[in-house]
Ligand binder design. Structure first.
Ligand code: FAD
Ligand code: NAI
Length: 468
């Protein structure tokens, strides 16, 4: 049988692309090298990390705020194996969900490593040595990404770990160095800091979450310091050496190379970014050469240099985010079917699931300055919200950046409780090119955290917040 489309990789990019292809009447196959579907996001990324973030946050609250709420607990302790086991159940449920969706949409699933024989033939090598070939009209490459670990960091998966292993530690570590103050380092660093681990983050740049607005970096670092996390900015880790039961980590100051810091810790979590994954994909057989960062080059239709071969998600340029991969999956299926879809990459939100959460959409203040776009900032702190006082979630702020002349909202940056959910309002308004005054005049239920967005919009549009 010849398929209209074959998708390689079943992460959020691949499986969503397959569903949309099937919805559009295309005979669709999907190939996944692992026995389970869902990719990085579902198995070792978004979902398991959020499961552990939720569990550890419950523990942290029980430990640090329940007493003030009037709840006394005796003998509170962490049962990490149970926490991990619940996380595994959450993942399993989601695996089943994706399997169901494949069946429901009559998508044929092939398990094994896919590689191009030529542009219309994909070989699937199963783990048991089996091999079959799929004939296909078109292909969507959605093979995702893997953690970057320099060989000099002696990645042994025991003491020197990446996010994948950090999701399965069975005993709360005494100490952990996190290399990289990016999203993974701060999310998984938070999990262990909440459980009692002494967490130290070493970051090369002069701020954490450096691609987000600088106010977000500042606010989050303040909150994480209150959680007990230590930070060393402007330091580069130069040595990671596992010993019998510890790991030695050495970092050099970027300001004075003669100054070094060194630690002997239980774990070193390497979280310095991810690389596109195209290993043994046979790209050379169809004449595709990845760029200098290993990404598959695509045009504005996400088509590679080979007609009929598309690529989406972490394996191409852009933010490595599940929802970006999903949008691209839908986009490619619709392009193939002759539709004219559009993705507004500027309005793909970014979220960090620490507590407080960080969420951002549109331009940062630094970008607006650099581009010379005149803007008006409006800020509102969570601590001035009745809702935040009620829940004791006082950290954070909302910042709205509006165009100085037109008042159009150009960027929204939130640090605070439920920021991840709050950002959807900003995305919707910005998709419709709303002004800060539009947002300020909309009724926001009281008491909610979303009132901070209304107030920050009032501050941006006319410098007249009501509760500040
Ligand atoms: P992947 O999800 O990486 O899927 C690719 C799939 O392709 C994999 O299953 C792989 O096995 C398969 N594959 C690769 N090569 C082949 C081959 N040759 N043959 C067959 N199969 C193959 N993003 C968010 O938006 N929100 C989050 O909260 C979030 N949290 C994260 C937490 C962690 C710890 C990590 C590591 C990542 C997180 N991400 C998050 C990022 C998110 O996981 C990725 O952006 C997303 O998974 C990318 O989707 P994808 O479909 O491009 O690739
Ligand atoms: P990242 O790119 O977010 O952060 C890596 C950090 O490590 C950077 O700040 C960098 O300056 C620093 N760094 C690099 N080399 C270093 C060195 N030798 N010493 C000290 N610091 C060093 O990468 P991360 O956190 O690994 O995440 C990878 C991807 O996964 C991200 O692109 C992100 O989009 C995605 N992700 C998304 C999540 C979300 O949406 N909530 C959660 C987790 C991951």
């Amino acid at each position: 049988m010849k398929y209209d489309v074959t998708v390689i990789g079943s992460g959020p990019g691949g499986y969503v692309a397959a569903i949309r292809c099937a919805q559009l009447g295309l005979r669709t196959a999907i190939i996944e090298r692992y026995p389970v579907l869902g990719g990085t996001c579902l198995n070792v990324g978004c979902i398991p990390s959020k499961a552990l973030l939720d569990s550890s946050e419950h523990y942290h609250n029980a430990h640090s705020t329940f007493k003030t709420h009037g709840i006394d607990i005796k003998d509170l302790k962490v049962n990490l194996p149970q926490m991990i086991s619940r996380k595994n159940d959450v993942v399993l449920d989601n695996n089943k969900g994706v399997e169901f969706l494949m069946k429901k949409n009559k998508i044929d699933v092939f398990h094994g490593h896919g590689s191009f024989v030529n542009k219309n033939r994909i070989s699937v090598a199963g783990t048991g040595g089996s091999n079959e070939e799929i004939e296909t009209e078109r292909v969507i490459i959605a093979t995702g990404s893997k953690p970057i670990v320099p060989a000099s960091f002696n990645y042994d998966k025991k003491r020197v770990i990446t996010s994948t292993e950090a999701l399965n530690i069975e005993k709360v570590p005494g100490s952990m160095i996190v290399i990289g103050g990016g999203v993974i380092g701060l999310e998984l660093g938070s999990v262990y800091a909440r459980l009692g681990t002494e967490v130290t983050v070493v970051e090369y740049l002069d701020r954490i979450i450096a691609t987000m607005d600088a106010d977000c970096s500042r606010e989050l670092m303040k909150s994480m310091k209150n959680l007990g996390v230590k930070f060393h900015l402007r330091h580069a880790v130069t040595e990671v050496t596992p010993t019998k039961s510890k790991v030695k980590v050495v970092a050099k100051s970027r300001d004075d190379e003669s100054k070094t810091l060194s630690w002997d810790v239980d774990y070193c979590l390497v979280a310095i970014g991810r690389r596109p994954y195209t290993d043994k994909l046979g790209l050379e057989n169809i004449g595709i050469t990845p760029d200098e960062k290993g990404r598959i080059p695509v045009d504005s239709h996400l088509q590679t240099s080979v007609p009929g071969i598309y690529a989406i998600g972490d394996v191409i340029q852009g933010a490595m985010l599940a929802h970006k991969a999903e949008e691209e999956g839908v986009f490619v299926a619709e392009v193939m079917s002759g539709q004219k879809p559009h993705i507004n990459y500027n309005l793909i939100p970014g979220v960090v699931y620490t507590w407080p959460e960080v969420a951002s959409v549109g331009y940062t203040e630094e970008q607006l300055k650099e581009m010379g776009i005149p803007y008006k900032p409006g800020k509102f702190p969570f601590r001035a919200l009745g809702r935040a006082r009620a829940s004791m979630d006082l950290d954070g702020m909302v910042k709205v950046l509006a165009h100085k002349e037109t008042d159009e909202i150009l960027g929204v940056h939130i640090v605070g409780a439920r920021a991840a959910d709050m950002i959807a309002e900003a995305v919707a308004l910005m998709e419709f090119r709303a002004s800060a005054e539009d947002a300020a005049r909309m009724s926001h239920a009281h008491p909610t955290y979303t009132e901070a967005f209304k107030e920050a919009s009032l501050a941006a549009t006319a410098n007249r917040p009501l509760h500040l």
